[in-house]
Design a protein around this ligand. Structure first.
Ligand SMILES: NC(=O)c1ccc[n+]([C@@H]2O[C@H](COP(=O)([O-])OP(=O)(O)OC[C@H]3O[C@@H](n4cnc5c(N)ncnc54)[C@H](O)[C@@H]3O)[C@@H](O)[C@H]2O)c1
Length: 397
């Protein structure tokens, strides 16, 4: 437990996730009454000219452009990493070497080898670690987890996981998400990682075998970036006309696998599913019931109870905004006063603060060990997809 009576935080990054996390720490203090409050000690970014305004807006007391120095600052308890994937290892390493807890954005790392080293470092330094698989803390997903633990699914036979977006048409320049050296992979590590984590979390089962996998890159070249988004992904970005840079990651991934309990699963993630903007979820079919979720309706969980009379069975939509039944809703609003994207981050900040105070989280938090299990699935899928096993229909005799 931190000595100061607060958890003093050093945040790395000031864009999309930098904003989401800054908001989360501040709002967790205000809405959730954590056992230890977050102290927004220092924000560290690359852009020294925009840092002071960012700090003032979000309530950070100090700024820095040197994450090594920030990690060594004795007053700081926890380093929160929202930089690009290839920086997760060096940043987490600097934090752990300084004895600090680490909350790292997902995926654990861009590559399997970086992720493995991060787990080894966490074992060596024995500091608390957390990975921002934030969807676990949508009340509907946390409730699905609780329903599954209470036996609502029975034996799991099918899982269909999906994460479909459509922001990456050919007009989008080569943002870091299209550069394999920075990101490690495309839709796979960016999107599918979330779905794999969510399915592992809700079912309580590991994906133990990958039986087929493919990557596709539809847009093979993109223009060089001249302007990056201030806080989103591809809105308000620009590229230099006439320039062309190869895309080195997947736009889409599909794979098939098996769960440890004998069920079968399919996963699909893409940035080019026209009309699907954040269609992230699953359908899980068990012997006693089924659950279905799609983040575009993030307050809702669909449930099919197969234990009653067949004649009246049917899907029902549970609006997961009722306290005390639905996890985390005690922090928020009355029934059906819907919550949004940022609330899962706030709920996660609360749980991290509780764990730092020696208390239990509402539902389990992923640490580096846990997130490495998701990384292993990502890696097995990548290796199998690289082998490009296929059978041409025209070659049939
Ligand atoms: N949990 C989620 O739902 C979710 C959503 C989006 C992104 N992410 C993850 O968050 C991470 C960041 O994504 P993003 O979209 O916020 O990226 P981004 O490009 O918007 O922001 C990256 C930030 O890191 C900072 N940075 C980079 N190098 C730095 C350095 N050496 N020192 C200090 N700051 C440095 C940049 O200045 C920038 O502010 C990625 O790992 C991504 O996979 C998670």
């Amino acid at each position: 437990m931190p000595k100061s009576g607060v958890v003093s935080i050093g945040l790395i990054g000031q864009q999309f996730m930098g904003r989401a996390h800054s908001n989360a720490w501040g709002q967790a203090n205000r809405f959730c009454a954590p056992a230890l409050k977050a102290s927004l000690h220092t924000v560290c970014g690359q852009n020294a000219s925009t840092l002071p305004a960012f700090a003032e807006n979000w309530g950070w007391a100090r700024t820095s452009t040197d994450y090594h120095a920030m990690a060594r600052a004795p007053e700081i308890d926890l380093i929160d990493i929202t930089a690009q994937n290839h920086l997760h290892l060096p940043m987490a390493k600097a934090a752990m070497e300084a004895g600090k807890a680490v909350a790292c954005e997902k995926p654990l790392a861009g590559t399997y080898s970086d992720a493995r080293e991060m787990v080894a470092l966490a074992r060596k330094y024995k500091v608390p670690t957390f990975v921002w698989y934030n969807y676990r803390r949508c009340p509907a997903i946390a409730y699905a987890y609780q329903m599954a633990r209470a036996g609502a699914l029975g034996q799991i036979r099918h899982v269909r996981g999906f994460y479909l977006q459509d922001w990456a048409d050919a007009s989008v320049p080569l943002l870091w998400r299209f550069d394999g050296k920075v990101s490690g992979s495309g839709s796979h590590g960016d999107l599918c990682a979330h779905t794999i984590d969510m399915v592992r979390f809700v079912t309580g089962e590991e994906i133990v075998e990958i039986t087929g996998a493919m990557f596709e890159t539809f847009v093979k070249e993109r223009t060089m970036v001249t302007k990056v988004s201030g806080g989103g992904i591809a809105s308000n970005v620009a590229g230099a006309e006439g320039t062309k840079v190869p895309v080195t990651v997947d736009d889409a991934v599909l794979f098939l696998g098996r769960l440890e309990g004998g069920g079968v699963c399919s996963f699909e993630a893409t940035r080019l599913a026209t009309g699907r903007q954040n269609f992230h979820g699953f359908e899980i079919n068990g012997s006693k019931g089924s659950l279905r979720f799609n983040f575009e309706h993030n307050n809702e969980l669909e449930y099919y109870d197969a234990t009653g009379p067949r004649g009246t069975q049917g899907w029902r939509t549970i609006i997961c905004t009722h306290q005390p039944d639905h996890p985390y809703i005690q922090f928020w609003w009355p029934d059906s006063h819907a919550i949004g994207y940022e609330h899962a981050f706030i709920n996660m900040a609360y749980d991290i603060l509780q764990v730092m105070a020696g208390k239990a989280p509402v539902v389990p938090l992923p640490d580096f060990e846990d997130a490495f299990k998701t990384q292993c699935v990502l890696e097995a899928v990548s290796r199998l997809a690289a082998e490009r096993h296929s059978m041409s229909v025209a070659d049939l005799r």
